[in-house]
Ligand binder design. Sequence first.
Ligand code: ATP
Ligand code: MG
Length: 213
Amino acid sequence: MLITFEGIDGSGKSTQAREIHNALSLAGLKVRLSREPGATPLGEEIRKILLSDSVPVGNLAELLLFLADRAQHVQDVLRPSRSSGEILLVDRFTDATTAYQGYGMGHPLPLIETLHKTILQDIEPFRTFLLDIDPLAASERIRKRGEKKNRIEERGLEFFRNVRNGYLELAKQNPHRFCVLDATLPREELTRSILKDLEPRLLAHPADRRAGG
Ligand SMILES: Nc1ncnc2c1ncn2[C@@H]1O[C@H](COP(=O)(O)OP(=O)(O)OP(=O)(O)O)[C@@H](O)[C@H]1O
Ligand SMILES: [Mg+2]
């Protein structure tokens, strides 16, 4: 079962994905944490290219590199994970490409959709948690985190406003898959909300997800 965490840079995706991974593991469930880009050896190389300034990357090349990372991730991690019946938590997935490279950079949404169909086939997220936050507040968090901003984080508030609106539009179009959360709430409260949302859905799902089971 695939569960994804989405939101602009600094919204708290990695924080919540980690907390939910801990909580579900403690509850005895078979759960695994992954991320994009960079979950496979190829993905790690692609991540370095995409997030550093080591080599110039054009806009179309950027889109295709994110999708190359995803194709490898789907093949090496998502498909085997689905066969194993575990819960797979992924920090960023398809919606990030639609929001960033589609709504943010202006690539045609139908192009992204078509490429995603080829990459994903029958794979789709079961639930998506969108951590929604004002780009200025998110940028302040990144500043406080103390690391240098990466190539994409450098893109400025106008870009991130478009990305945020893209995510909200996706949530509106897919109301059954998305759960939109106010990312400015305290992190413990967000973790509780996510667990509360997931609990009945996990219970309703037939597969046995007990660790070792
Ligand atoms: N609910 C919260 N309230 C306040 N600060 C938070 C909250 N959640 C996370 N943070 C802090 O905000 C910063 C960004 O969080 P995190 O790294 O989880 O975001 P992210 O969405 O994974 O960012 P990126 O897209 O850059 O990987 C971190 O310093 C984190 O400790
Ligand atoms: Mg993160």
